[in-house]
Design a binder for this molecule. Structure first.
Ligand SMILES: C[S@@+](CC[C@H](N)C(=O)[O-])C[C@H]1O[C@@H](n2cnc3c(N)ncnc32)[C@H](O)[C@@H]1O
Length: 250
């Protein structure tokens, strides 16, 4: 990390890019697979911690609510707070998840990750969950968020992150990104939306910038340095990976 990496949150999800984020399913069908993997990790946590109590969980980056829905199903009786700093995304989450909000199981909050975490007491969450959100963070900000995730987790709690982690081999990584761009052109040409093509390409350039891109091993090393315990990686496909990091029981 450079000393100049800013600690601020960015606002990258607005306009047609955010309002029509449902195109993600066409552009990246694997994203739904990752949402399911995050929910499966919730089920795995419950299987490892069978004591009969209702779990507390937080999701960072609700987006349209695609992953939130699956987390809630896996969580059973537990309660979930889900935050996102983009009003345009929150509007969609509120529409898709209104029954869960009405039932009291889900709290949706428009807030940035760092300030939402700072509002929580230490050791108050069994699970902190996220899908495709941390790669949007500037590196310095991400580090601060991770420190807070560790603080709010209960001992033995899990941080589950399904996200973009660059492929270690640079040539392979480049090829993966080039294929991704070709996919954008194919989809948006077919539906004749050059405006969205432009916005998705611009967003990908942000994802791929040095200040944002995560790589698998350095990310795990950095979490270890912050104090996370055992981190396992599963479901590595293309630039995607599911990480489960445990908070040690000191
Ligand atoms: C790629 S979307 C993923 C949404 C959702 N998790 C899913 O699986 O579909 C990333 C989300 O993270 C949100 N986000 C980005 N930076 C954020 C921040 N600093 N604080 C809170 N949310 C943020 C964006 O608004 C966006 O909705």
């Amino acid at each position: 990390m450079t000393a100049l990496t800013p600690l601020r949150a960015e606002h990258l999800f607005h306009g047609a890019f955010a309002d029509e984020y449902h195109f993600l399913k066409l552009i990246c069908p694997l994203s739904l697979v990752m949402s399911e993997k995050v929910a499966m990790a919730v089920a795995a946590f419950k299987a490892e911690h069978p004591e009969p109590r209702s779990l507390s969980a937080m999701e960072i980056g609700a987006g349209t609510g695609m992953t939130t829905q699956l987390i809630l199903a896996a969580l059973g009786e537990g309660s979930l707070t889900s935050i996102d700093n983009a009003p345009a995304m929150m509007v969609q989450a509120e529409t898709h998840l209104k029954e869960h909000v009405a039932s009291g199981r889900l709290r949706l909050k428009t807030d940035d990750a760092l300030s939402a975490l700072k509002d929580l007491p230490s050791e108050s969450m069994d699970l902190v969950l996220s899908a495709y959100t941390f790669h949007n963070f500037l590196e310095g900000y991400r580090r601060e968020v991770l420190k807070e995730v560790l603080r709010v987790l209960k001992p033995k709690g899990w941080f589950v992150n399904g996200d973009r982690y660059g492929v270690d081999d640079p040539a392979e990584h480049l090829k993966t990104i080039q294929d991704e761009v070709r996919g954008y052109f194919r989809v948006f040409r077919e539906i004749n939306r050059p405006d969205l093509l432009e916005q998705w390409v611009v967003h990908l350039l942000s994802d791929e910038s040095d200040e944002h891109r995560m790589r698998l091993k350095p990310s795990i090393d950095s979490m270890q340095t912050l104090g996370f315990g055992l981190t396992t990686v599963s479901d590595r496909f293309e630039v995607n990976a599911l990480l489960i990091s445990r908070k040690p029981c000191l």
